[in-house]
Design a protein around this ligand. Structure first.
Ligand code: NAD
Length: 428
C-alpha cells in the first residue's frame, strides 16, 4: 500500500543503489539484485456471502533465493500495490541476510479489506491464493507468513489448501501457524521483542539506562504491542501511541504523560490494532492528530505501523531530543528523512535489522517443523535474543569502523552476503 506519489520500490532501489556504489558491485550483480527474480500476479474469484462472485487481485514476488527458499509475509490491504510487495520482498532478502539465516526474500499480498469480509470470505481468499500458486511456493521454494491484517488462522487455511493439493503434510510450507498446528512458541511476540533487543543494545552502546528514557510509538498492532511491553519491562516509558480509526478513516495519537498501559489499551483495541477513541478518552488519554506521535518530546521514536511515515516533511516536526529511531515497521523512513537524521546524528536502527525477529522466529518454526520437535518458550526467546544481538553488533561495529550510517552498514553486510551467494552459484 503506498500513499500519493510515494513508491516504496523506488525507495528500496535507491537504498540499494547507494550501497551498490559504495561496494563497487559489478553490473550483473546490480542488475540481478535491484529487481525481483520472479513475480506472480493473479485473480482470486470468491463467491461472497450474498451469492455474488467478487474477484480479488493477489500477488507474490520472489526477490532472491540464492541463500535459501524465499521467505516473507502475505498482506491483506485495500491499498496494496505490486510495487509495495516488490519493495518488501527485496527488504526480506536483506533482512534474512543481515541476521544470517539461510533464507531468501519474498512477499505477497491481496488487495482486500478484511474489515469488510466475513471469516468464510477471508478463508476463500486464502485458499484461492494458494490454488493460484501451489506449484510456485512450498517448503523448499518459498515460505509465506502472516503480515499486515493476516493471522495464524489465515496461515492454517493456506496450509490446509496446500496439503489438499499436494496430498501430504507439509508444515514447513508456511509459518506463523497456530500453536498445536505447527506453530512456534514466541512467534507472536518475536518481532516486537526483537525490536527492543536491538534498542536495548543501542542504549547500552550509548551508555544510557532504558529507565531514563521515554518513547513514542506509531501503531498499536502486533509489533507495537510487544515492543512496548518489553521496553516497559526494561524500565522505559512509552508516552504516546497512535492507530488507524476505521470509522473516521484517519489516524489518532493517544498520549499519557505518565506512560501508556498496554493491558488497559488492549481492552479498547480491535483485532486490527485500532484503538477506540471514545472509550480511551475516559481512561485519561489525550487524543491528538495521528501525526502527533512524531512530535513528542521523547528520546526514542518507534514507527511500527506503515511505510513512508518519517519523510522530508514530517522529520522537521521531530523533537531535537530524539536520539534513536528504532524501525519496527518496514520502510517507515524515506531517503530524504534519512539525510536529516544522519546530519543530526540521530541513531537509526534500520527496519530490516530491527524487525528481523519475526522472520528469525519463523525460521525457528521451520526448523522445529522439520524436526517435528518443538522447543520451550524460553529456548526460543534465548535463541532469538542471541541472533538479534549478534546481528545488531555486527552492523554497529561496521558502522563505527567505516563511519557509516547504520542503515548503510546493515545494507553493506546484507548485500555483500547475497551478492556472494549469487556469484558463487554463477548467477553474476
Ligand atoms: P498490525 O496490522 O498488527 O498493526 C498495524 C497497526 O498500525 C495498527 O495498530 C493500525 O491501527 C496502525 N495503523 C495503520 N495505519 C496507521 C496510520 N496511518 N497511522 C497510525 N497507525 C496506523 O501490523 P503489524 O504486524 O504490527 O505490522 C506493523 C509494521 O511492521 C508493518 O510495516 C509490517 O510490515 C511490519 N512488520 C511486521 C512483522 C510481524 O511479524 N508482524 C514483521 C516485520 C515487519
Amino acid at each position: 500500500m503506498s500513499s500519493g506519489s510515494f513508491n516504496p520500490f523506488d525507495m528500496a532501489q535507491a537504498q540499494f543503489d547507494k550501497v551498490a556504489d559504495y561496494l563497487e558491485l559489478d553490473s550483473a550483480s546490480r542488475e540481478l539484485l535491484r529487481n525481483p527474480l520472479r513475480e506472480y500476479s493473479f485473480s482470486i474469484p470468491v463467491r461472497m456471502d450474498d451469492g455474488a462472485v467478487k474477484v480479488f487481485r493477489g500477488f507474490r514476488v520472489q526477490h532472491n533465493d540464492s541463500r535459501g527458499p524465499c521467505k516473507g509475509g502475505i498482506r491483506f490491504h485495500p491499498q496494496e500495490t505490486v510495487d509495495t510487495v516488490r519493495a518488501l520482498s527485496m527488504w526480506m532478502t536483506w533482512k534474512c541476510a543481515v541476521v544470517d539465516i539461510p533464507l531468501g526474500g519474498g512477499k505477497g499480498g491481496v488487495i482486500c479489506d478484511p474489515h469488510n469480509l466475513s471469516a468464510r470470505e477471508q478463508e476463500q481468499i486464502c485458499r484461492g491464493w494458494v490454488r493460484q500458486l501451489a506449484r510456485n511456493v512450498g517448503p523448499v521454494q518459498d515460505v509465506p507468513a502472516p503480515d499486515v491484517m493476516t493471522s495464524a488462522q489465515h496461515m492454517l487455511w493456506m496450509l490446509d489448501e496446500y496439503e489438499h493439493i499436494h496430498g501430504g503434510k507439509y508444515p514447513g510450507f508456511i509459518t506463523g501457524k497456530p500453536l498445536g498446528s505447527g506453530g512456534s512458541l514466541g512467534r507472536t511476540e518475536a518481532t516486537g521483542y526483537g525490536v527492543v533487543y536491538t534498542l536495548r543494545e543501542a542504549l547500552k552502546g550509548m551508555g544510557i539506562d532504558p529507565k531514563d528514557t521515554c518513547a513514542s510509538v506509531q501503531g498499536f498492532g502486533n509489533v507495537a504491542q510487544y515492543a512496548i511491553r518489553l521496553y516497559h519491562e526494561l524500565g522505559g516509558k512509552v508516552i504516546c501511541v497512535s492507530s488507524w480509526d476505521q470509522n473516521d478513516q484517519t489516524s489518532y495519537a493517544f498520549k499519557k504523560a505518565d506512560g501508556v498501559d498496554v493491558d488497559a489499551l488492549l481492552g479498547v483495541t480491535d483485532r486490527f490494532g485500532g484503538i477506540d477513541k471514545a472509550r480511551v478518552k475516559d481512561m485519561g488519554y489525550e487524543i491528538l492528530d495521528g501525526d502527533a506521535w512524531i512530535e513528542q518530546d521523547v528520546d526514542i521514536l518507534i514507527p511500527a505501523a506503515l511505510e513512508n511515515q518519517i519523510t522530508g516533511d514530517t522529520v522537521q516536526k521531530m523533537s531535537k531530543r530524539v536520539k534513536i529511531v528504532c524501525e519496527g515497521a518496514n520502510g517507515p523512513t524515506t531517503p530524504a528523512a534519512d539525510k536529516v537524521l544522519e546530519e543530526r546524528g540521530v541513531f537509526n536502527i534500520p527496519d530490516f535489522l530491527a524487525n528481523a525477529g519475526g522472520v528469525t522466529c519463523s525460521y525457528f518454526e521451520q526448523v522445529q517443523c522439520n524436526m517435528n520437535y518443538f522447543w520451550e518458550h524460553e529456548e526460543v526467546m534465548q535463541k532469538l535474543d542471541n541472533k538479534m544481538t549478534a546481528a545488531f553488533h555486527a552492523v554497529h561495529n561496521l558502522a563505527k569502523k567505516r563511519k557509516l550510517y547504520m542503515r548503510d552498514a546493515a545494507y553493506v553486510i546484507a548485500i555483500d552476503r547475497v551478492a556472494k551467494a549469487c556469484r558463487d552459484r554463477g548467477w553474476a
